[in-house]
Design a binder for this molecule. Sequence first.
Ligand code: ADP
Ligand code: MG
Length: 217
Amino acid sequence: MTAASKETLGFKTEVKQLLHLMIHSLYSNKEIFLRELVSNASDACDKLRFQALTNNDLYESESDLKVDITFDKDAKTLTIADNGIGMTREDVVNHLGTIAKSGTAEFLSQLSGDQQKDSQLIGQFGVGFYSAFIVADKVIVETRRAGESADQGTRWESEGEGEFSLESIDKAGRGTIITLHLKEGEEEFADSFRLQNLIKKYSDHIAIPVFVQQDSN
Ligand code: ADP
Ligand code: MG
């Protein structure tokens, strides 16, 4: 891939507002980011399963759908990987940056600043992907749409401050890998026991298996 395939784009205004809010106001509910990312991974697997009903090739001979959660205590990273439908470069631009999802404006207008009330709103609206920035100061998304060739992968990267970069990558397996670089003080999420408890608490209803890495020590 050529260097020309790398570009930097700005977030849409509403997305910037949402990000600002995530980073500064939702702190007392910070753990909900995991629920949101696992829910997206699960949705991606559902989409693949549905589309594969009429196009079995999308499975690429890997039909066991799953979510893998891994971490690196030293690097202070947390990774959520799925082998669901994945995204094209265009999907990434649209869904993770330039098109605010319906409901965002309403969500923003209803926030009261009262963390108790706002946390209920979060449950109602679902804050989605951007909640990753509650606990991360850098988020990397590597994805490849099912059915596309390995060189059709895309890497999205952002520090949540107004812009994101996009780059073409090779990705052998279909689906999406989201890597969070945890903020100073958020190391608790690079811990097997903590992650397993959160999965039990928020994501027990997920139909596909969610695997959490064991602690290495
Ligand atoms: P919602 O899930 O309510 O649509 P999100 O902010 O959580 O909103 O996600 C925005 C969109 O980004 C999703 O609708 C989906 O198109 C895309 N997306 C996010 N995570 C993934 C993923 N793991 N795999 C495929 N697409 C994803
Ligand atoms: Mg979502």
